[in-house]
Design a protein around this ligand. Structure first.
Ligand code: ZN
Length: 127
């Protein structure tokens, strides 16, 4: 049975996965701290390493509500990543180029075929 990310995260918190299975579910997160950070971010709750409390929260959550939480989490991740990348592109390339991606507005040096921030194809401009 395929586990969803929150089930994997709870299992990691509770040391529930035997070592040596492949693929190893423990690899899904970089340790307990990251598994917990994921659960907090997904649910906006915090039960620490209390697996029973996390499980009862998820059990009480309807299927629709859970999907809503996942949707919002993905959107939040996307925005975070993009903001961080935009900032980084600005720092890296402001002295290199003035070209901006038409999709996200990020700086995009002429030698790049795809925008580093959003992967939009901008096309290479070779001098
Ligand atoms: Zn872009």
């Amino acid at each position: 049975m395929r586990l969803r990310p929150h089930e994997v995260a709870i299992g990691i918190l509770g040391d529930e996965f035997e070592p040596g299975i492949f693929p190893d579910p423990n690899d899904a997160f970089d340790g307990k701290a990251e598994a917990l950070a994921f659960l907090r971010s997904l649910t906006e709750e915090d039960f620490g390493d209390d697996c029973a409390k996390w499980r009862s929260w998820f059990n009480a959550c309807s299927w629709e509500m859970l999907e809503l939480h996942y949707d919002e989490w993905y959107r939040k991740e996307l925005i975070n990543t993009r903001d961080v990348r935009l900032e980084h592109a600005e720092k890296c390339w402001r002295s290199v180029t003035q070209r901006r991606c038409p999709n996200c507005g990020g700086l995009c040096p002429e030698y790049r075929n795809r925008c580093w921030v959003c992967e939009h194809t901008v096309g290479r401009v070779l001098a």
